[in-house]
Ligand binder design. Structure first.
Ligand SMILES: Nc1ncnc2c1ncn2[C@@H]1O[C@H](COP(=O)(O)OP(=O)(O)OP(=O)(O)O)[C@@H](O)[C@H]1O
Ligand SMILES: [Mg+2]
Length: 251
């Protein structure tokens, strides 16, 4: 497996806080990986930097051998690095179907040449039904988004991200606020989507059952620094990680 996304010497300060501290990571193509670390460690900021939401102070981000360090967020999305939107971006008064359809239509229209623009409607409809089935929301398709459970809302969020045909899917705390059974469902879903769409998946998560359950590689950020990376068994037994984050009880 070769690196699809390479982060070199990435650095960011917010005022006096060194929130990303010379981070180097090579994400391998097809990898399912987790980023963990205490609150305020800089995990979300790291996503903001690689998706172009905020500029870095130093360092480079290379995607499939292309320098995207200063690329605009919408161009980064077009290249295939997609972040699950926050729940706020779901249209609460629209149906589940329309939420996915509108995202798909916008995606296909952007990518369609003018003379085949009409095809975009058909493509978007087919894609919407495909995603609804794949993600398990087909039976809820006519519900308003606001009528969904918290767990299904997060799933809809991921469905919308999938309409953009990502190669790399970034998820910031996909199980936040979920009940235990919803977490287990999300875990299975992410694994399935990862394999089916042949994604490179990077998720930030505080739920260690999920992290140790599905991540092939775990990376630990503490105060902006990458303090460890490796497979679950390596991280579970890593002394600095245990001291800084996991605590003894996880063992
Ligand atoms: N736009 C900003 N301006 C100033 N400071 C910020 C900004 N965004 C984040 N920070 C600060 O940077 C630090 C890292 O925040 P970040 O949100 O990246 O942490 P996190 O690891 O995602 O935490 P959590 O697990 O709580 O989500 C925090 O101290 C935060 O207050
Ligand atoms: Mg965060």
């Amino acid at each position: 497996m070769s690196a699809i996304l390479e982060i070199k010497n990435l650095d960011k300060h917010f005022g006096g806080i060194h929130v990303t501290n010379h981070v180097n990571i090579a994400f391998k193509k097809g990898e399912m990986s987790a980023i963990i670390g205490p609150n305020g460690a800089g995990k979300t900021t790291f996503f903001n930097l690689i998706t172009g939401f905020i500029p870095s102070d130093e360092g480079t981000v290379t995607y499939e051998d292309r320098d995207i360090t200063r690329a605009r967020p919408e161009n980064i999305v077009k290249l295939g690095i997609v972040r699950a939107f926050q729940v706020a971006s779901v249209f609460l008064e629209e149906s589940v179907y329309d939420n996915i359809y509108l995202a798909a239509l916008s995606h296909f229209r952007k990518n369609a040449k003018v003379f085949i623009n009409r095809m975009a409607f058909k493509d978007a409809r087919e894609h919407t039904e495909f995603i609804l089935n794949k993600i398990g929301l087909f039976d809820c398709r006519d519900l308003k988004a606001s009528e969904l459970s918290h767990g299904d809302m997060k799933v809809l969020d991921i469905a919308i991200a999938l309409t953009l045909q990502p190669k790399i899917l970034l998820l910031d705390e996909p199980t936040a606020g979920m009940a235990p059974d919803e977490r287990i469902r999300m875990m299975g879903l992410l694994k399935e989507l990862h394999e089916f769409f042949q994604l490179t998946t990077i998720f930030i998560e505080h739920d260690m059952d999920m992290v140790f359950g599905i991540a092939e590689i775990i990376r630990v950020l503490v105060q902006g620094q990458l303090i460890a990376e490796g497979p679950p068994d390596y991280i579970r037994n890593h002394e600095t990680v245990i001291e800084a984050y996991l605590g003894k009880e996880v063992l």
